[in-house]
Design a protein around this ligand. Structure first.
Ligand SMILES: Cc1cc2nc3c(=O)[nH]c(=O)nc-3n(C[C@H](O)[C@H](O)[C@H](O)COP(=O)(O)OP(=O)(O)OC[C@H]3O[C@@H](n4cnc5c(N)ncnc54)[C@H](O)[C@@H]3O)c2cc1C
Ligand SMILES: NC(=O)c1ccc[n+]([C@@H]2O[C@H](COP(=O)([O-])OP(=O)(O)OC[C@H]3O[C@@H](n4cnc5c(N)ncnc54)[C@H](O)[C@@H]3O)[C@@H](O)[C@H]2O)c1
Length: 474
């Protein structure tokens, strides 16, 4: 059995684990990383990158079709096979050579295999060939094992071999009929992608579509999906599932109605990858999310050497927030190891304050949804006195120029006692790239009085910022 010692051992080489290890090394300590599948994690091969590749071509085609002069040049429909090939390239053909050599280039040894904590600061790696390696950490172990799809206990569901996001995202063929259980982000993006690729899609959205966002978000997305021919069934709940010998999946709803499809995607949330990482050896419960303090140190575990970052700590299940946590956790481990001051006050270097109230997210549906901070409902629930300002995003010159028939909506939620922005939601074609201005305003807690001096260039869609301020009043 091989044994090695490093300052820090990271379990999981997804986007978060990679960034933790990089920060550790940049801080002058040594780090090793353990990965049981592909370096790059869910995001690179089965989530962010390939999903956006699946969605992008149809979005570009839509815009071209809304522009006289360009429209006439579009002579055919979407080429699904070409879209899938481009998706394959964005998933690096499910090979991680590029990311593995990046780890090597930054000086982080990679141990391929399943990592399991066996004692304080000790991680055992079971290699793909069954050999074991013991890694001892001088200072810290960081769990960055991510999450997997949640498959609920619906009668017959598992036996019917449903798709999770992994199978949907890596599909080599477009099913004729696709049913989806769920109404969240994965369900909405995959309904958009597969209807554009040619599937007949039925969405069983028990709790509504994107129901935690501002109300107009779900309304616009449902309207657009229905316009494309998607059957969006709000309130519908799957009671049982059966796959017939001919491959047809039959879903019986709780009201008795039956829906047939060729594939069934289950997209109702995630579970943490903590079932088999040795949590019991340190007094924690396998299968639980790892609760952390503001510096990502795991709560309920003695010794202060165990950290968790990214999806596995359930703070925010997004790549960019996980990588933000990774920078904080890498730096705080270095600071503690060197006896340097820990900056763990609000907005300090070693905490992920933005996770609380300033998380940006783009949902790549048609229309796109870009949001940051709190919705009006969430702000009120947090006890804020707010004022909501809405503006028609189509009513600015930049939107009219973007494409004919541009439709959109903007909402700014103002924290009235502080006169700063608590949240922004934008809905419309290509609003993704407008989001960072909103994020800066929210994170910077920029007073509205000062925002009047941030003049949007004419004629851009960003002019909506001026319109929102005018609607609010000076
Ligand atoms: C369909 C889909 C689309 C998404 N799109 C976006 C998007 O557009 N933008 C966005 O910001 N987020 C998106 N997300 C969320 C994003 O994928 C996750 O937030 C992100 O991947 C989390 O990174 P992570 O490093 O914490 O975990 P992961 O990416 O899950 O990586 C964890 C790694 O740990 C490894 N691992 C687990 N257990 C062990 C073990 N015991 N030993 C060794 N290795 C182990 C896994 O193999 C994996 O490589 C999407 C998610 C899904 C499902
Ligand atoms: N563009 C992006 O940023 C992006 C894209 C995809 C995924 N993600 C991330 O991945 C994570 C997982 O996405 P997701 O869509 O699986 O989860 P989600 O939490 O976004 O949505 C799950 C949905 O399923 C519903 N639901 C829960 N249990 C159900 C049941 N038994 N039957 C029917 N519906 C049920 C919920 O009400 C919710 O609407 C999200 O947290 C998201 O942040 C991000």
């Amino acid at each position: 059995m091989e044994t090695s010692t490093y300052d820090v051992v990271v379990i999981g080489a997804g986007p978060v684990g990679e960034n933790v290890a990089d920060r550790i090394v940049q801080g002058g300590l040594s780090a090793a990383i353990v990965e049981r599948e592909l370096v790059g994690g869910e995001c690179s091969y089965w989530a962010c990158m390939p999903t956006k590749a699946l969605l992008r071509s149809a979005a570009a085609l839509r815009t071209a079709r809304q522009l006289p002069g360009a429209r006439e040049a579009v002579t055919g429909g979407l080429d699904a096979a070409a879209v899938l090939r481009r998706r394959d390239a964005f998933a690096s053909n499910w090979k991680d050579d590029g990311q593995a050599s990046w780890l090597e280039s930054v000086g982080v040894p990679l141990y391929r295999g399943h990592g399991r904590i066996v004692a304080a600061r000790v991680v055992e790696v079971t290699g793909l060939d069954g050999t074991t390696t013991t890694l001892t950490a001088r200072h810290a172990v960081v769990v960055a094992t991510g999450s997997g799809a949640l498959v609920p206990d619906i009668e017959g569901l598992r036996e019917a071999s449903p798709w999770t996001s992994r199978e949907a995202v890596s599909a080599s063929e477009v099913p004729r009929r696709l049913a989806i259980i769920g109404g969240g982000v994965v369900a909405s993006e995959m309904a958009t992608a597969f209807t554009d690729l040619g599937s007949s899609v039925t969405m069983l959205a028990r709790d509504g579509v994107l129901h935690l966002a501002e109300p107009f978000v779900g309304e616009r997305v449902v309207e657009s999906l229905r316009d494309k021919g998607v059957s969006v069934r709000i309130g519908a709940e799957a009671g049982s599932v059966k796959r017939d010998d001919d491959g047809t999946v039959s879903i019986t709803l709780t009201d008795g109605e039956q829906i047939d499809a060729d594939e069934l995607l289950v997209a109702i949330g995630r579970v943490p990858n903590t079932q088999d990482i040795g949590l019991d050896s340190v007094g924690l419960k396998p299968g639980d999310w790892l609760t952390v303090d503001d510096t990502m140190r795991v709560v309920g575990q003695d010794g202060g050497w165990l950290y968790a970052a990214g999806d596995v700590n359930r703070r925010v299940l997004l790549t960019h927030q996980g990588k933000y946590q990774a920078r904080a956790v890498g730096d705080v481990i270095v600071a503690r190891a060197k006896g340097e001051a820990v900056e763990d006050g609000r907005w300090g270097r070693h905490v992920a304050t933005a996770d609380e109230r300033a998380v940006p997210q783009v949902v790549f549906t048609d229309p796109e949804i870009a949001s940051v901070g709190l919705t009006a409902a969430a702000a009120e629930a947090a006890g804020m006195r707010i004022r909501v300002v809405d503006y028609d995003l189509a009513a600015v010159a930049g939107s009219a120029l973007h494409s004919d028939g541009y439709r959109g909506q903007a909402r700014m939620v103002v924290h009235e006692d502080r006169k700063v922005i608590a949240g922004v939601t934008l809905v419309g074609p290509d609003v993704a790239e407008l989001l960072h201005a909103a994020t800066i305003a929210v994170v910077g807690e920029v007073p509205l009085d000062r925002l009047w001096h941030a003049v949007p260039a004419f004629p851009t869609v960003s002019e909506v910022w001026l319109r929102l301020l005018e609607a609010y009043g000076r």
